[in-house]
Write a protein that binds this ligand. Structure first.
Ligand code: ADP
Ligand code: MG
Length: 228
C-alpha cells in the first residue's frame, strides 16, 4: 500500500513532526502547571488526589512523546556504521522482556546470520522499539510476538509478527501520519518516526495484516548507500 505521507521526503517528515511535537509537549506542561496552581489554592484532599493523578498522566504522556521521537536527529554519515542487526536485537532483549512481561505477553526472537548493514545504531533501536511496542499493544494477554531476521534476495529482512487485532483498511491508509492514533493514550508518533528512519536507511516497510495479526517487514538493501 502507498499513502501520501510516504511520498514526503524524510526531511519534510521530520520537520512536520518536530513542529507538532513542540506543541504536543507544551500541552501536558500547561495542564500540569494549571493543576499546580489549583493545588496551591485548594486544600480539599479528595480533589487534590485527582489533580495528582492527572498531572502524572500528563507527564507520562510528554515522556512517551519524547521517547518515541528521541533518536530522530540530523543523522550524519559518520553516525552510520557497519553493524550486525542481530546484535542490536539481542542487546534490546532485556528491555523487550520487561515490556512483554509487564503486559503478560511473550516475545520470541529468531535470528539467521545476516550480512552487516550500514546503520545508525540509535535510530534502528528506536525503529525496532516503536514497532514491537505497537505489536505488544495490539495483542491480548498470553499472546506471543515474534521478531525474526533473515536474508531474502538482496535484502536483510527484520520481521515483527504479532498475534494482535490486525489493522483495518481505514486505519491502514492513515498509518504513519503524525499524531494519528486509535489508542486512548497513544501519541500517534511511533510509525511516523519509523518511516522516517527507514527512509534514511533506504529501507522499505511492508505490512501484512489479517485476523491472525500483523507483520511488519523492514527490508534493508544489502550494500546500500546512505543518503547524505
Ligand atoms: P500509537 O502507537 O501512539 O497509536 P503509532 O504511530 O505507533 O502510534 O501507531 C499508529 C496506529 O497504527 C495505532 O494507533 C494503531 O491503530 C495502528 N497500529 C500500529 N501498529 C499496529 C499493530 N501491530 N497492530 C494493530 N494496529 C497497529
Ligand atoms: Mg506506537
Amino acid at each position: 500500500f502507498e499513502n501520501e505521507f510516504k511520498r514526503l521526503s524524510s526531511l519534510d517528515l521530520i520537520g512536520q513532526m518536530a513542529a507538532g511535537i513542540s506543541h504536543e509537549i507544551r500541552n501536558p506542561m500547561a495542564t500540569v502547571r494549571g493543576f499546580l496552581q489549583l493545588l496551591k489554592m485548594d486544600n480539599d484532599f479528595g480533589k487534590q488526589e485527582h489533580y495528582f493523578e492527572i498531572m502524572i498522566e500528563e507527564l507520562d504522556r510528554a515522556n512517551s512523546i519524547i521517547t518515541e521521537f528521541l533518536s530522530i536527529g540530523n543523522t550524519k554519515t559518520s553516525d552510520m556504521k557497519m553493524l550486525d542487526l542481530n546484535t542490536i536485537i539481542f542487546d534490546m532483549c532485556p528491555l523487550m522482556e520487561v515490556d512483554a512481561v509487564t503486559q503478560n505477553k511473550m516475545i520470541e526472537v529468531e535470528t539467521e546470520d545476516v550480512p552487516y548493514l550500514l546503520l545508525n545504531h540509535n535510530e534502528i533501536r528506536q525503529l525496532i522499539m516503536n514497532i514491537y511496542r505497537n505489536g505488544l499493544e495490539a495483542m491480548e494477554e498470553g499472546k506471543t510476538l515474534l521478531i525474526r531476521t533473515y536474508k531474502e534476495n538482496d535484502s536483510v529482512v527484520l520481521a515483527v509478527r504479532d498475534q494482535g487485532i490486525g489493522i483495518s483498511q481505514e486505519v491502514m491508509e492513515k498509518l504513519g501520519t503524525p499524531f494519528f492514533t486509535t489508542k486512548d493514550n497513544g501519541t500517534g508518533l511511533g510509525l511516523g518516526v519509523c518511516y522516517a528512519i527507514a527512509a534514511r536507511h533506504n529501507a522499505k516497510i511492508e505490512i501484512e495484516t489479517g485476523n491472525e495479526g500483523t507483520t511488519f517487514f523492514i527490508k534493508f538493501n544489502i550494500g546500500h548507500r546512505t543518503k547524505g
